[in-house]
Design a protein. Sequence first.
Lengths: 374, 316
Amino acid sequence: MSETPTVAVTDDERVKEMSAFRKALIRPELGGICGTIIVFTLFLLFAHDSGMFNSQGIMNWSVVSAQFMIIAVGACLLMIAGEFDLSVGSMIGFAGMMIAIFSVTLGWPVWMAILVTFALCIAIGALNGYIVVRTGLPSFIVTLALLFILRGFTIYLPQTIERKTIIGGVADAAQGDWLAALFGGKVLTGLFSWLGEAGLIETFERGTRAGQPVVDGIPMLIVWALGLVVFGHVLLTRTRFGNWIYASGGDAQAARYVGVPVNRVKILMFMFTAFCATVFATCQVMEFGSAGADRGLLKEFEAIIAVVIGGALLTGGYGSVIGAALGALIFGVVQQGLFFAGVESSLFRVFLGIILLFAVVLNTYIRRMITGER
Amino acid sequence: MKRKLTSLLMGAALAVVPVVSATLASAEGEKYVLVSHAPDSDSWWNTIKNGIALAGEQMGVEVEYRNPPTGDLADMARIIEQAAAAGPNGIITTLADFDVLQGPIKAAVDSGIDVIIMNTGTPEQAREVGALMYVGQPEYDAGLAAGMRAKDDGVTSFLCVNHAIQQPTVGERCRGFADGLGVDLGDSMLDSGTDPAEIKNKVLAYLSANPETDGILTLGPVSADPTIAALEENGMAGDLYFGTFDLGDEIVKGIKAGVIQWGIDQQPFLQAYLPVVILTNYHRYGVLPGNNINSGPGFVTADGLEMVEKFAGEYR
C-alpha cells in the first residue's frame, strides 16, 4: 500500500501493464466497500442484540438504504456528467403531491396520475438541464431556484385546493390499480409467509394479522433500487453512452471536440435524476397513502452525500454507480443503526458529518496514492 | 498525510465508543421509546425529553426519545418501524398524520408492543390504531375554546402565525380559533416558516398590509418569540390582543409584561411523563386507567405565573 507509484517512462501509458491488486484498488468504489465493511463490523459489535439484525430490523435499514439508493443513482450519473441537482428533495415532495392531487382531488385513475406526474417531472428535469446548458450558469444555482419553486408549489397547491397540506386517501384510490402495485406492492410474499409458518422469521402475536410474518415481502421500493443500480452500472460501464457521461463531466470542451453530444448527455442526465426522484415519491405515496408538503426535505443533500461517500468526484468525470449504492447503504445503515445502538438521536448529524468527512478524506487519499497526482 | 489520517481514524473511533457503551450499560428495567414528529429545531420538545427522563428515573425504566431530524413524517414512520424491530415493552408516539403512521403503529401493536398516543392525534384515531389510550390536548377543541375566549374579549379579526404549515393537526388550532371567533379563516393563516428573522418580518409585513387586524394567535414558542419582537418593533405590543399556544421563557416574560394576554398550556410534561408511568404500571401490575387523558387546555394568564416562570422551558 505504501509504495509510491513510479511514472511509466516506457511506451504508451494507455496500454500500461497493471497488477491485479492495483487494478482492484483503482476502482472508485473501493472507499465504499471499505466503509461498508467497517460500518457493518461496528454495528455487529455494538448493536447485534438490539433487533437490528432480525427480520424486521434488516427490512428497516434495507428500505431506508433503498430509498437513498434510488436518488443516489440519479445524482451519481448526473455528478459524473459534471452537474448537480439540488431540486431532488423538492421534486420528491412535488411529485408525490401531484399524484395525490391528480388521483384524489381530480379523481383520475391512479395509473394515469402516475404517468402524467412522471411526464411532468421529467419535463421539469429537462427544463433544469436546458437552462443549465443554454445559459452556462452553474447547475448549483439553477437547481437551487427549482428547489424553492417546486417546494413553494408543493405547499401552495394543496393549501389552495384542499385547504390542508397533507392529502390522504391515495391508498383507497390505488386499490387494485395495476401501475400502483408496481410501486407500492410487495414481491415474494409467498416465500415470506412460508418462512413465517416454518418459524424462521417472527410472526405477529395478536391483532388481525396474528400468525402472519412480521415481514411479509420485499417492497417494490427495494426492487426499484436494485433495478436502477444495475441499469445505471451497465449504462455507465458497458455502453458508449456511459463513456459520453464520463467525457462530458471530465472535460466538456475536449468531449465536444471528439464529437460527444455533451448538451444532450447533460439534459438526459437531469431528466434521469428527475425520474429517480419521481420513483422515490411514487413508492412513498403508494406505501403511506398520502402526500405531504414536507416530504423529501433535505433529500438532495442526502443523495449527494451518498454519492460522495461512494467515491465520486464533485467536479465530475469520476465515480461509480456501485460506489453510490454502497454509499447509500452506509448512510441508511448508519442512520437506522444509531437508533438501534441507542445513541442519542440528536447526535445523528454529528456522526453523519464525521462519516462524510472521513469518507471524502479516505477517498481522496486512496485516489492520490493510486494515480500519483499531487 | 498518513499520520493525519490515522489520528482522524482514532478520533472517530474514540468518539463513537463511549456514547454507544454508555447507552447500552443502562438500567435493567422495562424499555420505552417515545417517537415524536418534531424536527431537531423545535425547542418545545425539550420539556418532553425532560418529562420522560424524569419518569424513567422515578419508575426505574429505560426511556429513549426519537424524532425525524427534518420533521419529515415518512422518516418518522421508519423510526416507528425501527423502534418496533428493537422490541421495547412499549412505544409512546404522536399521530401527526394518520395515513402515514397508522401502518407502522398497527404493526407494532400486532407484534405485541403496547402503544400510547400522545400530543398529536385524536382519541378516535388512537383507538383505531389499537393504542391503549390517548394523552394530549385535542387541537381543534383547544383552538375553539381560545377563539371563544377572544370573542368575549372583543376580538373581531386575527392573524394566525403558523410555523408548522406541513402538520395539519397544528393548523386545526387556527381553524378552531376562527370558528370560536365566528369569522372565516380566509387568508389570516400565515405560513411563517421556522426561521426567527423571517417570521418576524412576515408578521411585520402582514400587520402593515392589514392594519385592521386586532388579534394575533401564535402556535408555539417558535412563532411566538419572533412575533413578540415584531410587535415591540412596530409599537403594537400591548395594543394587539395576543394569545399563544404553549409556553416558553419569552412567552412567560410576554405574559408578565402584558404583551401576551394568555398562553394555552397543554402541559407537555404530562404527555411525556404519564404514558411512561401508565405503561410501567400496566406492565408491572396490569392496571390501566379507563379513559383517555386530556393534558390541556389550561389558560395561563398574568395571575399565578410564579410556578410557570420557575419551570418554563424545563417542565412547563
